[in-house]
Design a protein around this ligand. Structure first.
Ligand SMILES: [Zn+2]
Ligand SMILES: [Zn+2]
Ligand SMILES: [Zn+2]
Length: 332
């Protein structure tokens, strides 16, 4: 039985789901559905398609406690960080970052977009890329001729990312064969995706071996989401993270590592991500205002917050922050 058939058969199923503290639990078969305040389904939502660092959880060949737990219990496994932007009015779907898990993630986004009418989508209306680390762009390979052979799929990215794709195989082949069409996003310039959805890309400091790295503000007609899955650290960013988070309704922030304790013997200056512990210190006052909902995402397999019964998870929730989970829908 498909999930929504089951939900339909379940009297009052959605009401029952709404009463669960969702970001605190990971339930394998149910997903939180997005409504606006009036209880009407929202026209535009951002749906979380993945929340793991580039290596995924469980990570290949790793038998650490987090990876072992995820192997034993699929509800604890996490796909690689990605978002779907779904405009139900325009029937359009955009995916933020093409991860190696995109086959599963695209199905989940399409299921949600086309659940009322039977339309089969072969490709989204566009892909937005943050940068060229393996978890964020290598899913583009499935749009080539070995797979669905997309036709001029718009790929929104920085100009350095466009150069990188054009000059390195196998990505250059996708461009030569017109499977994808890179579209340059100018930093800090608003780009409309549909009549009611726009993005503002901005550069963030991060290891830039191949390309620079973008963060995004995604706006619907009512709300704004800040998305920064990878950043060197908050101090290295030219903007104030406190002001940036304060200026949006929802923030999805780099939560790769919880604290230095999970990385014994590593040179902290070369870690290249803020620690959740430090981010919570910095953003405590914004979180307490409860105007912005702050989620962490992009979790490394070593992160102790992945343990649903652990102290790290407890501390995040007690301090007014949240863990992003696959399937969460945020109306904008
Ligand atoms: Zn990453
Ligand atoms: Zn592991
Ligand atoms: Zn990265």
């Amino acid at each position: 039985m498909r999930r929504r058939d089951f939900l339909g058969a379940f009297s009052g199923g959605l009401l029952w789901l709404e009463s669960l503290p969702f970001s605190e639990k990971r339930l394998p078969f149910f997903e939180k559905r997005a409504d606006d305040q009036s209880g009407q389904p929202a026209d535009v939502i951002v749906k979380i398609l993945g929340t793991a660092q580039d290596g995924g959880i469980p990570q290949l060949g790793c038998h650490c406690p987090n990876c072992s737990r995820a192997r034993k219990d699929p509800a604890q496994a996490r796909l690689i960080s990605s978002l779907a932007i779904l405009d139900f009015k325009e029937k359009q779907l955009f995916i933020v970052d093409a991860t190696p898990d995109i086959r599963t993630q695209f199905d989940k986004a399409c299921d949600r977009l086309y659940e009322q009418v039977s339309i089969e989508a072969k490709a989204p209306q566009g892909i937005l890329l943050t940068h060229a680390h393996i978890g964020h762009y290598t899913g583009l390979m499935f749009f080539g001729f070995e797979s669905i052979a997309a036709q001029r799929l718009p790929v929104y990215c920085s100009s350095r990312m466009k150069e990188y794709l054009a000059n390195n195989g196998p990505w250059s082949q996708l461009i030569k064969q017109d499977n994808i069409s890179p579209v340059v996003l100018a930093p800090n310039d608003k780009r409309a995706l549909t009549p009611q959805v726009s993005v503002i890309p901005f550069q963030v400091p991060h290891r830039d071996e191949f390309t620079d790295t973008l963060g995004l503000v995604i706006s619907g007609s009512r709300k704004k989401i800040l998305y920064i899955p990878d950043i060197q650290n908050w101090a290295a960013w030219e903007r104030s993270v406190i002001e940036a988070v304060d200026g949006v309704d929802t923030a999805l922030l780099d939560g790769t590592f919880y604290s230095p304790d999970e990385l014994p013997g590593r040179d902290l200056s070369r870690i290249g991500h803020p620690f959740i512990k430090d981010s919570m210190e910095l953003l405590e006052k914004v979180a307490q205002k409860r105007k912005t909902t702050i989620y962490f995402t992009h979790f490394n397999h070593s992160n102790p917050a992945l343990d649903p019964d652990g102290e790290a998870r407890k501390s995040i929730l007690e301090r007014g922050f949240h863990m992003a989970d696959e399937g969460l829908e945020i109306p904008i």
